[in-house]
Ligand binder design. Structure first.
Ligand SMILES: Nc1ncnc2c1ncn2[C@@H]1O[C@H](COP(=O)(O)OP(=O)(O)OP(=O)(O)O)[C@@H](O)[C@H]1O
Ligand SMILES: [Mg+2]
Length: 225
């Protein structure tokens, strides 16, 4: 497996200003993640885990420092250029943008492909294939409200994989699941990495999940400890 760096942070800080207060969410963070690694990020609430994921995912910009994703410095890119990097490189499994309530499951999964040049037949086949991989082939015509929490989480994983991203970012992907469903998701991640060499970063509070990754990064007060 190729182990060249796919994500590099160099002296990255992200501060928020709220009223007169300045909150240092990440402080002078340097970090390298190699292609095909599965990395867990843990740490107490407010330690900067989601902030870090949003920076890596090009959803946010650092206050200072450099971020290199797939060989490209992204810290000064325009919104338009950032969205191109996101679409081409990154799959998101974030609770804040789970499924569209008014789309059937099969259409939800196809959303990331809407702006790509894939043929409709190829998209349909890929949706079927992904839903089979996550064990939801019998739910293609269901709406999100007709699915369980664990099924929605698995569907979000299928959608994140639609464009075959080099990097998969998951913020608490097993948050509301029991241990057997959580394990199924971890197994699915391992399988994806095996088959596609995907780099996977998982924010989790669950030590059993962290123990199964290649490396655990622990954050506290915006720094790696
Ligand atoms: N948009 C924002 N505006 C102001 N402060 C923010 C914003 N987003 C995050 N913060 C602050 O930055 C710090 C880090 O937040 P972050 O969401 O990264 O934590 P987290 O480790 O993901 O926590 P949790 O485990 O609770 O999800 C917190 O102190 C938080 O209050
Ligand atoms: Mg968070």
């Amino acid at each position: 497996m190729d182990s060249s760096p796919i994500i590099e942070l160099r002296h990255v800080s992200r501060a928020y200003t709220v009223g007169r207060e300045r909150i240092a969410a990440l402080r002078d963070m340097s970090l390298t993640i190699n292609q095909g690694e599965i990395v867990a990020i843990t740490g107490p609430s407010g330690s900067g885990k989601s902030t870090l994921l949003q920076l890596i995912g090009c959803l946010d910009q650092p206050t200072s420092g450099e971020i290199i994703i797939n060989g490209k410095a992204v810290q000064h890119l325009s919104d338009r250029a950032l969205s191109q990097v996101r679409r081409a490189t990154i799959g998101f499994i974030f609770q804040s943008f789970y499924l569209q309530p008014f789309l059937k499951l099969k259409d939800n999964i196809a959303v990331p492909a809407m702006f790509s040049s894939q043929e409709p037949d190829d998209i349909r086949n890929r949706v079927t294939d992904l839903l089979t991989q996550v064990g939801l082939s019998d739910r293609v015509d269901h709406f999100p409200r007709e699915l369980s929490g664990g099924q929605i989480q698995r569907a979000a994983i299928a959608r994140a994989l639609m464009n075959q991203p080099a990097i998969l970012l998951a913020d608490e992907p097993t948050g509301n699941l029991d241990s057997s469903n959580s394990q199924a998701i971890v197994d699915l991640f391992k399988n994806i990495r095996e088959k596609l060499g995907t780099t996977i970063i998982i924010v989790t509070h669950n030590p059993e999940i962290a123990a199964q990754t290649d490396r655990t990064i622990v954050l506290k007060d915006g720094v790696i400890i």
